[in-house]
Design a binder for this molecule. Structure first.
Ligand code: PEP
Ligand code: MN
Length: 359
């Protein structure tokens, strides 16, 4: 159930709703929207009496939530969740682009890519330091060394960084460096990991599992939200179907379905969605047209020598051409493209940037 407070509800009225709900055995999660504060009641609701809340001062109405993902549901939170990462706003009207290599391979490679994607207008730098590989014999990532190079690339370009965290034990380490934590498709249902990232003060991008339904994706987001972290993004990255023409089947439907179902910002990753660089550009355009809040694209200075996902990585030139096209697609659907982040004098991402690692 959720309790929707009146726009002019006082802090004392909100606190009293929380107190009464908790006295009835519920756990509460207040969500502060632009116009309304809503209080989600989760957990054991057997002793919760809806009529009590309907009658309380400052309450506009109560709503019983049908969806099992109560905190992620758009019904709980009609305003979209807006996540500020340094100078970048995710979930607002502007289209955001995250770009970079699949893996951080060397200092030179990530710095070169970071400068190239920044130049072309990307807003966030991606790069994996801990890589979930199908084969244990494939390149597994540079680990903390890769995180250090990412931090250096952030210093050099002002671009916030997103990188994957694969294990509960490395959450504090990755959170020390990353502006956004990525949970990869293979870990979508790693509930212990979801709980762990639910307890850190960093936005989390949760990728859809290769055989995860949209409902399962949102239930996994619920694990993060219910642990107190309300800064969650969900990402469509292709699912496994009977189709073998592409690495995965990019489920473009998921973009508007998620926009309808949840208030969380929706990201689309046509690189993993297709596995084929020739298809990344048209599907990235399609994702923006379909209403994605952000897209994630893999870019490598020399894709043919990439240590992972070269076949789906764009060259910097292709990426620059894509950005040009995305600006036009965004304009055609009435959305601005986010500007490139202004750098603060010390070179870090400006406004709201958290302290970064100092080598
Ligand atoms: C990645 O982003 O490089 C990655 C491994 O993605 P996914 O988890 O979607 O396969
Ligand atoms: Mn990849």
């Amino acid at each position: 159930m959720i309790v929707v407070m009146k726009p002019d509800a006082t802090a004392a009225e909100i606190a009293e709703v929380i107190r009464r709900a908790e006295a009835m055995g519920a756990r509460t999660q207040p969500i502060y929207g632009q116009d309304h504060t809503v209080i989600a009641l989760v957990g054991d609701l057997t002793r919760v009496e809806r009529a009590v809340f309907d009658a309380m001062a400052g309450v506009q109405r109560t709503v019983r939530i049908q969806e099992p993902y109560k905190l992620a549901a758009r019904t709980t939170h009609p305003d979209k969740t807006v996540i500020q990462v340094g100078p970048v706003t995710l979930g607002g009207p502007e289209v955001v682009v995250m770009a970079g290599p699949c893996s951080v391979e060397s200092r030179q490679q990530i710095l070169e890519t970071a400068h190239a994607v920044k130049e072309a207008g990307a807003h966030i730098l991606r790069g994996g330091a801990f890589k979930p590989r199908t084969s244990p014999y494939s390149f597994q990532g540079l680990g903390e060394e890769g995180l250090r190079y990412l931090a250096e690339a952030r210093e050099a370009t002002g671009l916030p960084i997103i990188t994957e965290v694969m294990t509960v034990e490395t959450v504090p380490l990755v959170a020390e460096y990353a502006d956004i934590l990525q949970i990869g498709a293979r870990n979508m249902q790693n509930y212990g990991l979801l709980q762990a990232v639910g307890k850190v003060n960093r936005p989390v991008m949760l990728k859809r599992g290769i055989s995860g339904s949209i409902k399962e994706l949102l239930m996994c987001a619920e694990y993060i939200l219910s642990n107190g972290n309300m800064q969650v993004l969900v990402c469509e990255r292709g699912i496994r179907t009977y189709e073998t023409a592409t690495r995965n089947t990019f489920d473009l439907n998921a973009v508007p379905v998620l926009q309808r179902a949840t208030h969380l910002p929706v990201v689309a990753d046509p690189s993993h969605g297709t596995g084929d660089r020739d298809l990344v550009i048209p599907m990235a355009r399609a994702a923006v047209a379909a209403g994605a809040d952000a897209i994630m694209v893999e870019v490598h200075p020399d894709p043919d020598s990439a240590l992972s996902d070269g076949a789906q990585s764009l060259t910097p030139e292709q990426f620059a051409a894509l950005m040009e096209q995305l600006r036009r697609v965004a304009a055609a659907v009435g959305r601005p493209m986010a500007g490139t982040g202004q750098r603060s004098p010390n070179g870090r991402a400006a406004a709201g940037a958290r302290p970064v690692f100092q080598p």
